[in-house]
Design a protein around this ligand. Structure first.
Ligand SMILES: [Cu+2]
Length: 111
């Protein structure tokens, strides 16, 4: 299951780009893996109100956070295998980062 997460991430991007998939059909696929100190995708586009699940597929801690005018989120330490959920209530562009690995960046665009 963990090995398939990057594939899910790619499917998510493809679905977003095509823009024809029903929201309900792929909302459950709003999952982004963290593996080898990177997010599986560097950007995703979602609908405002969507929740994104972040998996930790590494064997060490991650620590997701978002700091913006209308969303401040801090996962605290995320253990291997743990899933963190972040809901993006408002439209906008959000940088999702990891406190432990400063090079990790995922840009979430909520429309
Ligand atoms: Cu990290």
């Amino acid at each position: 299951m963990r090995a398939s997460n990057p594939v899910i991430g790619l499917c998510l991007l493809a679905g977003t780009a095509a823009g024809y998939l029903a929201t309900a059909a792929w909302a459950a696929d709003l999952r982004v893996a963290q593996k080898n100190r990177v997010f599986a995708v560097s950007q995703i586009e979602i609908a405002r109100g969507d929740t994104v699940q972040f998996t930790n597929d590494d064997e060490f801690l991650h620590h997701i956070y978002v700091r913006s005018a209308d969303l401040n989120f801090d996962s605290s330490e995320q253990a291997p295998g743990q899933i963190v959920e972040v809901r993006f209530r408002n439209a906008g562009s959000y940088d999702v980062r990891c406190r432990i690995h400063p090079k990790m960046l995922l840009v979430v665009t909520a429309r």
